[in-house]
Ligand binder design. Structure first.
Ligand code: NDP
Ligand code: GDR
Length: 367
């Protein structure tokens, strides 16, 4: 039975990866912050599995990481924990560096200090944000021009992973993953903000959704597809770094249109920049009971613009296609539908609860 340690198990990717590894027969250890213990909805369904073990810890606490790695002696470490919100990293830049840059170093040191260089394989959650201003399409050879404290910290983590591979012979890989989403995406990332916002508008829980740069272009995939590749990168003969992406692009505005269409709304964008709005021009009230023609459901707000933006990401995953046999299973329309379906169910429940004057409770199961 193989043993894996996942940092960030309570996040989107961590929860899918834990599920994936448990099905493969792994013993899975997960690092969880004390502050997350009342907020474990992404992994609650796994907590009763005898092969899952959660440990309190933090990527800023090197002693804890060293002792945990010593006790577990994992075959594989997946470093998925991060302060993962690009916009917020401008507000908490030093903390972002501590977690996203030094966190990777602390884990690699834990492997080295415990003499596990030949046993423990290491996966670093690198990101398309590293490419920043480099022109699209981007692949493993594209220069890094990071555009945020988040991405600059991730650049350190990328290079320290390469360095420990070369210096100490650790099997250490970078997965340079482009944006990937799912119904488990946190609500402040743009795709989930859109599906949740539209679901709330459909049921009259919200009138309008405020967003930032609608021109940003992303290469969006499904998190389930992408965690399979994280595992596969650690199963090769030789450690290497891989770009994982769909090779297809959408703007934020395109994603809004897809989501709106899926709930029977035809919308029209007008004006530009900060004055841009989207108005409903046609509505199927069977699908969107609370919406009327003429409603303005999207507005742009300065609040969601970043001091420096990554405008154009498009991944070229040829290397992963050839070496890892990578092929994306989901497209953006299916992804959006899956996210919307969940958010519509939730919004409907909230609406019904409001009508009955009751509250919806969520419960933490790991305490
Ligand atoms: P999430 O934000 O959903 O999950 C990140 C996890 O890290 C959370 O569980 C969080 O804990 C945990 N965490 C944050 N800070 C610390 C800390 N100091 N110590 C320990 N744990 C901490 O991110 P995703 O699942 O989307 O992404 C996984 C990784 O992949 C991240 O490193 C991200 O930067 C990277 N990445 C993500 C991409 C994407 O599109 N999703 C693309 C490329 C890279 P808590 O639950 O307490 O908040
Ligand atoms: P990103 O994802 O920054 O690419 O990082 P996010 O969904 O936050 O933004 C994508 C693009 O949408 C624009 N945008 C908005 N973004 C947010 N969050 N909220 C808004 O209201 C909004 N309006 C427009 C953004 O400006 C941006 O251009 C994600 C994270 O998962 C990282 O951890 C990961 O490394 C990268 O993807 C790849």
């Amino acid at each position: 039975m193989k043993t894996a340690l996942i940092t960030g198990i309570n996040g989107q990717d961590g929860s899918y990866l834990a599920e994936f590894l448990l099905v493969k027969g792994y013993k899975v250890h997960g690092l969880i912050r004390y502050s997350s213990s009342s907020n474990t909805e992404k992994i609650n369904h796994l907590i009763k599995n005898n092969n899952l073990h959660l440990h309190y810890g933090d990527l800023t606490d090197s002693k804890k990481l060293i002792s945990l790695v010593k006790v577990i002696e994992p075959d594989e470490i997946y470093n998925l924990a991060a302060m993962s919100h690009v916009a917020i990293s401008f507000d908490i830049a030093e903390y972002s560096a501590n977690v996203n840059a030094l966190g990777a170093l602390r884990l690699l040191e834990a492997i080295r200090i415990n003499n596990l260089e030949q046993k423990t394989r290491f996966y670093q959650a690198s990101t398309s944000e590293l490419f920043g201003k480099s022109p699209a399409p981007q692949n493993e050879k594209t220069s890094f021009i990071p555009r945020s404290p988040y991405a600059v910290a991730k650049a350190y983590a990328y290079w320290i992973t390469v360095n420990y591979r070369e210096a100490y012979g650790i099997y250490a890989c970078n997965g340079i993953l482009f944006n990937h989403e799912s119904p488990r995406r946190s609500e402040t990332f743009v795709t989930r903000k859109i599906t949740l916002g539209i679901a709330n508008i459909v049921y009259g829980l919200k009138k309008c959704l405020y967003l930032g740069n609608l021109n940003a272009v992303r290469d969006w995939g499904h998190a389930k597809d992408y965690v399979r590749m994280q595992w596969l990168m650690l199963q090769q003969q030789q450690a290497d770094d891989f770009v994982i992406a769909t090779g297809k692009q959408l703007t934020v505005r395109d994603f809004i249109i897809i989501a709106a269409n899926q709930v029977g709304l035809e919308i029209k964008f007008k004006n530009q920049g900060i004055d841009e709005i989207a108005t409903v021009v046609k509505v199927d009230n069977n699908l969107a009971p609370a919406v009327k023609v003429g409603d303005v459901i999207i507005r742009v707000s300065n609040k969601y613009f970043r001091p420096t933006e990554v405008e154009n990401l498009l991944g070229d995953a040829t290397k992963a296609k050839t070496t890892l046999n990578w092929q994306a299973k989901f497209n953006a329309v299916d992804l959006c539908r899956e996210m919307l379906n969940q958010d519509l169910k939730q919004a409907k429940l909230v609406k019904q609860a409001q009508l009955k004057n009751t509250q919806i409770a969520t419960k933490a199961e790991f305490l």
